[in-house]
Design a protein around this ligand. Structure first.
Ligand SMILES: [Mn+2]
Length: 304
C-alpha cells in the first residue's frame, strides 16, 4: 500500500518534471524572457510602433536616405530629449563592424533608422570599419568601437552584425536587461534559437556587464569563434542571457558568400573561461582611429 502510494507520487513528480522540460524546451520558462515587460509598456509610450514589418530590402543611396530620415543629425544620431547627460535617459550606441559590405550597410541603415526612431531612443549609429588588409577581426573592432563610443557617454551598447535586419520594432534596443541577446529568431534558422548559449548576431549590453566579461576577445581573426568565446565569458561570470520572446526578436539575414573560416577557433575556445581575464578590453592596444561624421553614421576607421 505504502509502496503503491510512493509510486504514484513518483509518477506525479515525473509527469510535472517532463511538462516543465517541454515548456523549457520551447522557451516558456526559465529562459529569462522579458515577456511583455517592455513591449507592452513601451507600446503605450511610443504609439508609432508597428510590431512586425517587412524589411525594405532595396539598396537606397545614402543621399536619399539622409533626406528621408529628417530626424537624423550629422554623425547618425537622434535625440528625443534635449541632450543632457544628467537626464537619466538611455543613450544607445549601435556598433556595426564593417568591411566591404556596402549594400548590406545601406539596407540595414534604411531599416534601422526608422526602427530606432519609432522606439524613440536617443541613439548614435557607429560603423566600425576595418581599413587594412589584415584578416577581419570582429571582436577587436567591437572593442575599439566600444572604447571610442564610450567617450560620448552612452549607457547602452548594441553590437550589431551588418547582415541582420530586424523585423519587429517591439524588439527594444534599449538595454532593458543586460546582456540581452536580441537576435534570437533568425529566418536562416527557421526563427528558432538553435542554442541557449548563443549571443552572436545582435546583443545589447550595459557598461557594467560588458566590462565585467572584459569585452570581446581580440584573438579571433577571420570568420567565427568570437561569439562562442563571448558565451563562455558570460558563463564564467555566471551572467544570464536575457531575450525577448521568439515572435518579437525576429531578424532577416542577408545572403552573402561564406568568408574565410578561422580554423584555429576551436583550439582558442578551449581556454575562454580563463583567458577572458587578460584578453579583451584590458589588453586592447590600438592606433587612434580616424573618426568621420557621415550623414547617417559616425565612421570609425580602424587599422588593426
Ligand atoms: Mn553573416
Amino acid at each position: 500500500m505504502v509502496y503503491a502510494r510512493m509510486t504514484l507520487q513518483l509518477s506525479v513528480v515525473l509527469l510535472l518534471a517532463s511538462v516543465l522540460l517541454v515548456l523549457y524546451h520551447f522557451g516558456f520558462v526559465f529562459n529569462n524572457d522579458c515577456i511583455n515587460e517592455s513591449c507592452s509598456q513601451f507600446a503605450r509610450c511610443c504609439p508609432n510602433l508597428v510590431g512586425n514589418f517587412h524589411p525594405d530590402l532595396r539598396v537606397i543611396s545614402i543621399e536619399e536616405m539622409a533626406t528621408r530620415f529628417y530626424w537624423v543629425r550629422e554623425g547618425g544620431l537622434y535625440s528625443s530629449t534635449p541632450s543632457d547627460v544628467s537626464s537619466g535617459t538611455t543613450r544607445v550606441a549601435i556598433l556595426i563592424p564593417f568591411r566591404k559590405r556596402e549594400e548590406h550597410l545601406q539596407i540595414l541603415l534604411n531599416n534601422l533608422h526608422p526602427f530606432l526612431y519609432r522606439q524613440q531612443l536617443d541613439y548614435t549609429v557607429y560603423v566600425v570599419e576595418q581599413v587594412d588588409e589584415k584578416p577581419f577581426n570582429k571582436g577587436k573592432l567591437y572593442n575599439i568601437g566600444y572604447k571610442e563610443a564610450k567617450k560620448n557617454n552612452h549607457t547602452c551598447y548594441v553590437f550589431h552584425d551588418v547582415d541582420l535586419i530586424p523585423e519587429n520594432d517591439h524588439n527594444l534596443y534599449g538595454c532593458v536587461r543586460s546582456p540581452m541577446h536580441l537576435s534570437r529568431a533568425i529566418n536562416k534558422y527557421n526563427y528558432r534559437l538553435p542554442d541557449d548559449k548563443l549571443i552572436g548576431g545582435v546583443s545589447a549590453w550595459r557598461t557594467e556587464e560588458f566590462e565585467r566579461v572584459n569585452g570581446w576577445s581580440n584573438l579571433f581573426w577571420f570568420w567565427g569563434g568570437e561569439d562562442d568565446d563571448m558565451s563562455y565569458r558570460i558563463m564564467a561570470n555566471r551572467l544570464p542571457i536575457y531575450r525577448f520572446r521568439n515572435s518579437v526578436a525576429r531578424y532577416l539575414m542577408l545572403k552573402h558568400s561564406q568568408s574565410t573560416i578561422n580554423t584555429a577557433r576551436k583550439r582558442i575556445l578551449k581556454d575562454s573561461h580563463i583567458r577572458y581575464k587578460f584578453d579583451g578590453l584590458s589588453s586592447l592596444v590600438y592606433i587612434p582611429p580616424d573618426i568621420q561624421q557621415s550623414p547617417l553614421y559616425t565612421r570609425i576607421l580602424v587599422k588593426l
